[in-house]
Design a protein around this ligand. Structure first.
Ligand code: FES
Length: 87
């Protein structure tokens, strides 16, 4: 059961199955929901290995923005497969 912890608010969400972070839109700000704007960029503090692989849309957007931090992901693009802590 994946568990998602939001470090700044202390909110913890347990999901019975792998979940796309986009589906928790009460806790993450979104705009395009398609990997185009970067509004949903999250910083993964722990559990990066428990997220689905980087998508081509994430690679494209991060390259356009010059973001090279491997802990950044787009919540609208990645799925949580195990426990993660986000900032
Ligand atoms: S909501 Fe625009 S990139 Fe995720």
């Amino acid at each position: 059961m994946p568990s998602i912890t939001f470090l700044e608010t202390g909110i913890v969400i347990d999901s019975p199955e792998p979940i796309r972070l986009l589906d928790m839109d009460d806790h993450i700000t979104f705009a395009c929901r398609a990997g185009n704007c970067g509004t949903c960029t999250i910083n993964v503090v722990e559990g990066l290995q428990h997220l689905s692989a980087l998508t081509p849309r994430e690679e494209r957007l991060f390259a356009l923005k010059g973001q090279t931090d491997a802990n950044l992901r787009l919540a609208c693009q990645c799925r949580v497969l195990g426990d993660v802590t986000l900032r």
